[in-house]
Design a protein around this ligand. Structure first.
Ligand code: SF4
Length: 243
């Protein structure tokens, strides 16, 4: 299967190459494109695998999974860590790396939980792994019944109405609700691990290493002139990217 599913209908479809995607993701004038994805052995500067995909962000995750599994099958290469930007930082992808493959996620976590309106964000609540509870900025406890919501991937932790009623911080916490609720993904453990790595010395080194990957893309465009493909269709894109 090629590419990845998306509900977004492209503005234009190319009559001569319908699988190419109309995209303006690079910030300039939009055009029909494919994306190339690399799996790179950073320490030895070797491109281990290449995967052509539709030019949409969701396809990167599928490509990364395919390349990691293929390198394992073909070359018996088992990475101890994966470096990547927030495109690979969804809860589901991080859980796949950590729980299914034991790979350390040196990946920027994709997180939309931060509030910009002055209301406490989830980061202001402290999770206690041992007790499986959150502690709020007011020092009270939020508990969960364990019921899964949102595609069976999220648990809600609730403060008690009595605590919130009397709390001086309520206007900054849950001004429109009786009490505060904090959602937690069932994959949050993997996200916490990625956040912890990002704050560590190793995480800082990985971020510097990631710049080497960008050099490859620059090399492709400027020296190999691959900013324009000569062959059409997904197979044409794949052949050119592999070459
Ligand atoms: S409003 Fe409730 S959850 Fe928020 S800080 Fe006060 S007691 Fe804690």
């Amino acid at each position: 299967m090629f590419g990845a599913a998306t509900e977004v209908t492209p503005k234009f479809v190319s009559p001569s190459d319908p699988a190419a995607r109309w995209t303006g993701a690079h910030g300039g004038q939009a055009f029909f494109a494919y994306s190339t994805n690399y799996l790179v052995d950073i320490e030895n500067a070797i491109i281990v695998d290449v995967e052509a995909t539709t030019a949409i962000r969701q396809a990167e995750v599928l490509a990364a999974k395919r390349m990691i599994e293929r390198s394992l099958e073909r070359f018996d290469l088992y990475p101890s860590r994966l470096l990547g930007d927030s495109g690979y930082g969804s809860a589901e992808m991080l859980a796949w790396l950590v729980y299914e493959h034991g790979i350390e996620p040196h990946v920027t976590v994709f997180d939309k939980s931060a509030c910009t309106d002055g209301i406490f964000s989830r980061d202001d609540f402290t999770y206690d792994h041992a007790g499986d509870i959150y502690r709020c900025p007011g020092g009270k406890i939020l508990t969960t019944t364990g019921t899964l919501v949102n595609d069976d991937a999220t648990m809600l932790y609730l403060a008690s109405n009595r605590d919130c009623d009397r709390c001086a911080l309520k206007p900054r916490c849950c001004p429109k609700q009786a009490s505060r609720r904090v959602p937690r993904s069932i994959y949050e453990g993997a996200r916490d691990m990625a956040r912890q790595i990002a704050r560590s010395w190793e995480g800082g080194t990985s971020r510097r290493f990631r710049k080497k990957i960008e050099m490859l893309f620059a090399h492709l465009k400027r020296i190999l002139k691959l900013d324009r493909l000569r062959l059409r269709g997904p197979n044409g894109a794949r052949d050119e990217f592999i070459l």
